[in-house]
Design a protein around this ligand. Structure first.
Ligand SMILES: *Cc1c(COP(=O)(O)O)cnc(C)c1O
Length: 417
């Protein structure tokens, strides 16, 4: 579904014009469509409805509690990577017994909090973590449910920064160690083996690497179960790509069919950890042009959002479609669309055609995932506000930060030069 459409020449989020949102709440501003979030979740979940499954939304893609709450109300579980995300999920009404905890660097206090909350499963990523978790569970008189995140050594064919399933990556346990570690974990008193997990990367636009990873995981499942260790679930991670421009990511139904075929006849509960797919195209970043600057070689449109608001272009050279909020009939010029931050990497897009003037609004699409959640305060820029549109209603789900809030943790100790 496309929740962002032009009506009378003005881009709308559902029934609300982005011009009115900018007027009321200011810019820069993240705008999300409730209908798009709901429809992405239902499409994903329905694709696997023939099997016992649990969708665990990867919180890091967009961790606003209103969005977590919306998914929780649809029965979603959550994939977390920190204590902060655990607290967010609990605050948002998420069910702790539907939480999986991923990440290579879980601290003791994070493990304790997750055990206390009663999460579904720890996705263990090293032997050292296994020992630490067993010790902590023991000290608390608990049994921690675990799966190993296994690195299947499969090339996800995505950007190297978001490829996670290759031997040289820091994630997961090496494939060839898995059987030994399952046997070892099985003998540990305060652990209970629940399943197996993998996640090979993000923004995958082909089905093949998912299938290759699953095939390798299933070989391992057979070996593990031959040792008399029963696995109750298989977690295939997230990573399904979305369309930013010309990509042709698989339909979720085709992705599901390819996986379900391989899983036929197996009794395991299926777990998924989609992040980007559920939120990416449900959000955009609304921003205003401050200046047009006509340089000797290039034209620049300087906007009021920056790399601190949306880091993906600077970090991954990621492409986001940029459109004018008000359609115009005049011919445009080619611009570098850049922010005010003092970094050459501070851009939203290169060589884009705009027929705009100062003060016009533009929208950066597909910004719902890894947008706000990766934002920072670099250059002492307060973070943008976030608006959730539901039909003709706009809800503020995060107020714009103030500079006072940015300095609130800082102290003047009174030292003299
Ligand atoms: C980031 C992450 C995900 C979600 O990835 P998407 O590409 O957003 O679907 C899932 N599982 C783990 C372990 C992750 O680190």
């Amino acid at each position: 579904m496309n929740p962002f459409r032009y009506k009378n020449g003005v881009l709308h989020a559902e029934e609300v014009s982005l011009e009115s949102i900018a007027e009321e709440f200011g810019t820069p501003c993240y705008v999300y469509s409730k209908a798009a979030l709901v429809s992405a979740f239902r499409a994903y979940s329905n694709a696997f409805s023939s099997r016992d499954h649990l969708v665990c939304y990867a919180v890091k893609a967009n961790s606003n509690i209103a969005i977590l709450n919306l998914f929780a109300k649809m029965g979603s579980g959550f994939d977390i990577v920190s204590l902060g995300e655990l607290e967010r999920v609990l605050m948002a009404g998420g069910n702790p017994s539907k939480i999986v905890f991923s990440g290579v660097g879980k601290r003791e206090d994070e493990m304790k909090a997750a055990l206390l909350a009663g999460i579904f499963c720890f996705n263990v990523e090293s032997e050292a973590e296994l020992e630490r978790l067993n010790n902590i569970a023991k000290s608390m008189g608990e049994k921690a449910r675990i799966s190993f995140r296994v690195n299947p050594n499969v090339d996800a064919k995505t950007h190297p920064y978001i490829s996670t399933g290759l031997r040289q990556n820091k994630f997961g346990i090496p494939y060839d160690d898995a059987l030994r570690l399952y046997v070892r974990a099985n003998a540990m008193e305060n652990l209970k083996i629940a399943g197996i997990d993998c996640h090979i990367g993000s923004q995958l636009t082909e089905i093949l690497p998912f299938v290759a990873a699953l095939e390798k995981i299933l070989l391992l499942v057979d070996e593990i179960e031959r040792e008399g260790i029963r696995l109750s679930h298989i977690d295939v991670g997230g990573g399904l790509g979305i369309r930013y421009s010309e990509e042709n990511p698989p339909e979720v139904s085709d992705y599901a069919q390819a996986l379900l075929e391989k899983l036929e006849g197996r009794p395991h509960k299926l777990i998924f950890e989609p992040g980007r797919f559920l939120v990416g195209n449900a959000g955009l970043l609304l921003t205003r042009i401050e200046y047009l600057k006509h340089g000797e070689e290039k034209n620049f449109a300087i906007v009021d959002c920056a790399m601190n608001d949306l880091m993906r272009p600077a970090l991954y050279d990621a492409y986001h479609e940029i459109v004018q909020v008000r359609q115009v009939a005049i011919e445009g010029e080619t611009y570098e669309i850049v922010g005010p931050v003092c970094e050459t990497g501070d851009f939203l897009g290169h060589g884009r055609n705009l027929a705009a003037k100062e003060g016009d609004l533009i929208a950066t699409r597909s910004a719902g995932a890894y947008g706000m959640s990766m934002s920072s305060n670099y250059n002492s820029r307060p973070r943008a506000c976030e608006i959730l549109v539901d039909g003709s209603l706009s809800h503020v789900i995060r107020e714009r930060e103030t500079t006072g809030q940015l300095m609130a943790q800082e102290k003047l100790p009174g030292v003299e030069p």
